[in-house]
Structures are given as C-alpha cells and as structure tokens.
Ligand binder design. Structure first.
Ligand code: CUA
Length: 336
C-alpha cells in the first residue's frame, strides 16, 4: 500500500497546508474586503466573520445530528422526540438565529449610509466605458480632474458623488467599504473613511460591456501632508517639454488631433471626451489599471488600443512611424 495515502501528517503537509495558504492568500492584498483599510470595510468584514462563525456552528450541529441519526442511533425514533427536533431545529432555531443575524447586520446600515460632516472632502467620479473620470471638488465646484486614480488623506471622511453618462457601472474599493451603483441620469453617493495608509485597487462591480474587467483604478491613502503635496501638483498645469524628443512629442500631440478628446491643462488641448492627461505620467497605471506606467505602454496603447482594451472608443494611430510614436510616448511620459 502507498504509505503517503494513509499518513495524515504527510497528507496535511502535502495538500492541506498549501491549499489553505492559497485560499487564505486571497484574504489579503490591495483588493480584499477581508483586509480592511476603511471604516465601512471593517464593519463589513466583522459582519462576514460573524456570519461565518454562525454558519459553521449551524452546519456542524446539523451534520452532527445527521451522523447521530444515521450512524450512531439508526432505526426508529420516538415520535414526540422527533417532533421536538423537527419543530425546534427546523423552525424555531433557524428563525431565532437568522433574525438575530439580520438585526445584527442591519444595525450597521445607518452608519454605512450616513453623510459625512459638512465641509468634508468631496470627489465626483463618473464611470464610463471603460474608465473613471475623477473630479476633485472645492466648495462644491470642480477643482481639477484626473482619471483612474484617487488619492485620499488617511483618517478623514470623503464623500463620492457617483454618476454615469452611458451604462450602469458600480464603484467599489473593496478595502475601504461597500459598493454603490452609478446610474445614468442619477447621482448616487458613497461615504468612505480610510483608516490606514496604503495603495489599494478599485473596480467596477457591475457588468458594463466587453471591457468591464478592464476598468479599474488605483486608490492611494496617504498622510495629510503627502496628500496636500499631491493636490498641489495635480492642480498645477502640465510640465512644459524641455528636451528635443518631448518637444517633438508635443507637436505630434497637437498635429495628430489628440486634443480634440484629451485635455492637457496649460496647452490648447481641452477635449472633454477622454481622460485628462495633464499629469498622466504621475499615475500608477495606464488605461484604467491595465498597463504599467512606462514609455513602452504609451506606445502600445496608441498603436494597439483595441488589443489592449476591446471596443474602446479611441482609434488606433497607425499613421505615426516608430520614431514619432516614441516621441509622442516620451512627451506623455514626461507629463508627471
Ligand atoms: Cu463599468 Cu463594469
């Protein structure tokens, strides 16, 4: 007989430990509800664990009773005692336990739906096919715009004003809190409160077309002074190109008509259809968290847009030769 198949310790080492590590590995990381970095996510994680404990107790009890009835004491059972188990275990216990769990989880709702105090940070986010337009507001008015990246100061509440001009998207930063749909023709709201610094991942949680899985965003929670420095940088107009290559890149940007769709503050490019590129070089990722932010990615995006993100609105630019493509990519990369 194969020794491995009967030695429980070997079996644990070979199968159980790696499988458990693999499964539990999914509990951590920048996009996990079970690794909370915000008040809402902490509440949701607590509800989840309470539910898991509740479900485990119920499952173990039911399986225990089944084993008792089928294996330990098979055969006929006393009628009145059977009735007690059916009514008690099948009706009363689930009603009491489930009602308790529902009341416990509903008690969190007012807190999750509460508006933040007057004067809190407000950010408008529009979900589009397939990217995120992010507008920081100052006293309710637009301050500056960027795309697919949000920075937040730790320990301060933030209110997101959510909308969509095309189809229904859903705004979700799993590590910070719950998700809220972005519905065409309406504005929905979500308040979050980051409790620790870090870089997290936001996703679209509602199927919204062929590239639904390719619209993600980066959320950076940082100390207030770092956040202020980032705000100042983002408010400022785009850096002027200083090298021959980037100057040529800017000329190509203008002559290729990029400014009809994209904005670069401080230049004539003021398109409103596509992402604002004023500080695109400073972002963590490109194409809504699809490509690393480097020159080769800009080149790939401009040349093979539809391969990177199927059905995207931006056309592929095959008219540029290799040298022109490099210059344009170098200019975009320099916009940090
Ligand atoms: Cu937007 Cu799914």
């Amino acid at each position: 007989m194969n020794r491995d198949s009967v030695d429980p310790r070997r079996w644990l080492q070979r199968w159980f430990v790696p499988t458990a590590m693999l499964l539990l590995g999914g509990c951590a990381g920048p996009q996990s509800t079970l690794d909370p970095a915000g008040q809402g996510a902490e509440d949701i994680a607590r509800i989840f664990w309470i539910m898991v404990v509740g479900a485990t107790v119920i499952w173990t009890t039911v399986i225990g009773l089944a084993i008792y009835a089928l294996k330990l004491k098979p055969g006929p059972h006393h009628r009145r005692r059977s009735g007690f188990w059916i009514i008690g275990g099948g009706v009363i216990a689930p009603t009491v336990i489930l009602t308790g769990l529902v009341i416990y989880s509903l008690a969190f709702l007012p807190q999750l739906l509460a508006r933040p105090p007057e004067g809190s940070l407000q950010i408008k986010v529009e979900g589009l096919q397939w990217w995120w337009r992010v507008t920081y507001l100052e006293n309710g008015e637009p301050d500056f715009e960027l795309a697919n990246e949000i920075h937040l100061p730790v320990g301060e509440p933030v209110e997101f004003l959510l909308s969509s001009p095309d189809v229904i998207h859903s705004f979700w930063i799993p590590a910070l809190g719950g998700k809220v749909d972005m519905i065409p023709g309406r504005q929905t709201r979500l308040t979050l409160m980051p409790t620790r610094t870090g870089t997290f991942r936001g996703v679209c949680a509602e199927y919204c077309g062929s590239s639904h899985a390719l619209m993600n965003f980066t959320v950076v929670v940082e100390e207030p002074d770092e956040y202020q420095a980032w705000l100042e940088e983002q408010r400022s107009p785009a850096r002027r190109p200083a090298e021959q290559l980037t100057i040529l890149g800017r000329e190509l940007f203008v002559s290729s008509g990029c400014g009809a769709c994209h904005s670069v503050r401080g230049t004539d490019a003021n398109g409103r259809i596509a992402p604002d590129l004023t500080h695109v070089g400073s972002r963590h990722k490109l194409g809504a968290d699809v490509l690393p932010n480097e020159r080769a990615s800009f080149e790939r995006w401009i040349r093979h847009t539809d391969d990177v993100k199927p059905d995207v609105l931006m056309p592929e630019y095959h008219s540029l030769d290799a040298a022109e493509l490099t210059a344009l990519a170098a200019y975009l990369e320099s916009l940090d």
